[in-house]
Design a protein around this ligand. Structure first.
Ligand code: DX5
Ligand code: ZN
Length: 223
């Protein structure tokens, strides 16, 4: 097992100390900063948008992993690419013309991600695999941080892993929602490449150490 990439989710950060939170991400072993955009329509919550993206881009040295939980995300691809996104995830359920949207994300110089809600089967991606760089499997219903991990996700990751291998796809598998030390190792074993972690990082006593531990989750447990 390779060690997973870690993407702390900004949604769980202390917004009164945002610069400090971003600086701790910088000095940690994190590989990305996960940036959750919610529109109050696709999901029953509103988070943040471009002003905060500019802050993240200014103070965070890690690549920005932008998760768009918005309807018709194709309307904002240029703006997020210009805003500094490295990866842009659109939701499968929010895209009428998913192939076109993914193609456009790549044209803009970003990596193309597709997010799947818990009820969306991985088989729906079969005809668009060549356009995908990352599949973001939601392990909670999107909209809020701090929710409980849905156990079925483990089987879904394994199934996606098989699908990708069988089709020769090099797309990465990313997991988002309720991820922490209690399930990280099982997720990596099932095939996860990138772990998003909000509360388990920012609400821990030592976020830098929490990131280090998640990163080490491919290693055998110490007795
Ligand atoms: C949920 C968001 C997640 C969230 C994860 O809709 O997409 O990225 O911030 O937070 P935790 O790790 O606390 O479940
Ligand atoms: Zn997210």
């Amino acid at each position: 097992m390779n060690s997973p990439s870690i993407a702390p989710s900004l949604l769980a950060a202390d917004f009164a100390n945002l610069q400090k939170e971003l600086e701790l991400v910088n000095r940690s072993e994190a590989d990305y900063l996960h940036f959750d955009v919610m529109d109050g329509l696709f999901v029953p919550n509103i988070s943040f948008g471009f002003p905060l993206l500019e802050v993240a881009r200014t103070y965070c040295q890690k690549p920005l992993d932008v998760h768009l939980m918005i309807t018709q995300p194709e309307r904002y691809l240029e703006a997020f690419a210009e805003g500094g996104a490295s990866v842009i995830h659109v939701h499968y359920e929010a895209c009428t013309h998913l192939h076109r949207t993914l193609t456009r994300i790549r044209e803009l110089g970003c990596r193309a991600g597709v997010a799947l809600n818990p009820h969306t089967p991985v088989s729906g991606l079969e005809d668009v695999l060549e356009q995908i760089d990352v599949v973001l499997i939601m392990s909670v219903n999107p909209g809020f941080g701090g929710q409980t991990f849905i156990p079925h996700t483990l089987q879904k990751v394994a199934k996606l892993n098989q699908l990708l291998t069988a089709s020769g796809s090099t797309a990465l598998i990313e997991i988002d929602g309720g991820v922490g030390e209690q399930n990280a190792q099982a997720l990596v074993k099932a095939g996860a490449d990138i772990l998003v972690a909000g509360n388990s990082v920012f609400r821990s006593a030592d976020p830098v150490e929490a990131i280090r531990q998640l990163k080490a989750s491919s290693l055998p447990m110490m007795a």
